[in-house]
Design a protein around this ligand. Structure first.
Ligand SMILES: O=C(O)CCC(=O)C(=O)O
Length: 287
């Protein structure tokens, strides 16, 4: 069964972005949300980042100003490592079939994370491209942002600049520091072409890894939580250390290993792996 029409595929390759509704069933969505709510409850008893991932960094990332009254759990690294509900969606969700139609048939998992903007928090994402964080031999890589809440114009939707996946790759280094953000000049150049990706809970936004994107703080009383998974063509090989290594990294989620590597031609600076819990710290250091 096909999950995308040829118009949707054309749109993805033209714009570098596509929102698809009903990427999970209502029961899957409820389970993902309930698990996340449990983590928010747990975060209330912590004052600093907590938990541990494969590379020793914390799993749960708290926004500065986090408190039990106004929890600021902004990022959970590799939630699929600690939740069967998330692991099931990462491997078996409709999103994986959709990606297989775009860059498959064979796919591997790159990394997963939950990004949340709880009401009253200042969480924002500076504009960047994902590829400069994770260079690979070819760029058939899709970042999938699954909406666990309705995403509206007010609650800090993903903002993208359609077409920028076709190049260039912008520098994310400024004054000798890997800031994880493009320069103010690059942002200004593209500001007028920003499109906000809204949709109902259960939709997924598929984004080419080279697309320029970011997002603003949540100005509403409703949360905005995204489960983000990245998949790549099976014949791509990583060229720098994975920023979010997990026990699932490189797992084949569709098709079979070919034993081949495919290369495309490009040039860029080597990224720096964050030493803080996530790239939020990297972006804040230089904000
Ligand atoms: O949470 C968002 O709005 C964007 C997420 C993102 O760009 C990232 O985590 O790389």
């Amino acid at each position: 069964m096909a999950h995308l029409t040829s118009e949707q595929k054309d749109q993805f390759w033209r714009d570098g972005v596509l929102v698809v509704e009903d990427a999970v069933t209502p029961a899957q969505l409820a389970a993902l949300r309930a698990t996340f709510d449990g983590w928010v409850e747990e975060s209330k008893s912590h004052t600093t980042d907590f938990g541990e991932t494969k590379d020793g960094r914390p799993r749960f990332d708290l926004q500065p100003g986090h408190s039990a009254e106004v929890p600021g759990l902004r990022r959970i690294q590799s939630p699929e490592e600690v939740s069967g509900v998330y692991a099931n969606i990462m491997r078996n969700g409709r999103t994986v079939d959709i990606c297989a139609e775009l860059i498959g048939p064979a796919l591997r998992f790159h990394h997963g994370k939950l990004n949340s903007k709880l009401p009253g928090t200042a969480t924002k994402v500076n504009f960047h491209q994902d590829f400069p964080f994770q260079p690979m031999t070819n760029d058939d890589i899709i970042t999938c942002l699954l909406f666990l809440d309705d995403v509206t114009l007010e609650n800090g939707p993903l903002e993208v600049v359609p077409g920028t996946h076709k190049g260039p790759l912008f520098s994310h280094w400024h004054n000798g520091v890997f800031t994880g953000s493009v320069s103010d000049a690059v942002f200004s150049e593209h500001e007028d072409n920003i499109v906000k990706c809204t949709g109902k809970a259960g939709s997924v936004c598929l984004m080419h890894a080279s697309l320029l994107h970011g997002s603003a703080p949540n100005l509403s009383a409703s949360p905005r939580t995204l489960y983000i998974t990245t998949y790549y063509a099976e014949d791509a090989i990583e060229l720098s250390p994975n920023h979010l290594p997990s026990t699932f990294t490189h797992e084949i989620v569709r098709g079979k290993a070919s034993g081949r590597v495919r290369c495309s031609s490009y040039e860029m600076e080597v990224p720096e792996v964050p030493t803080g819990t996530s790239f939020f710290a990297q972006q804040e250091e230089t904000a």
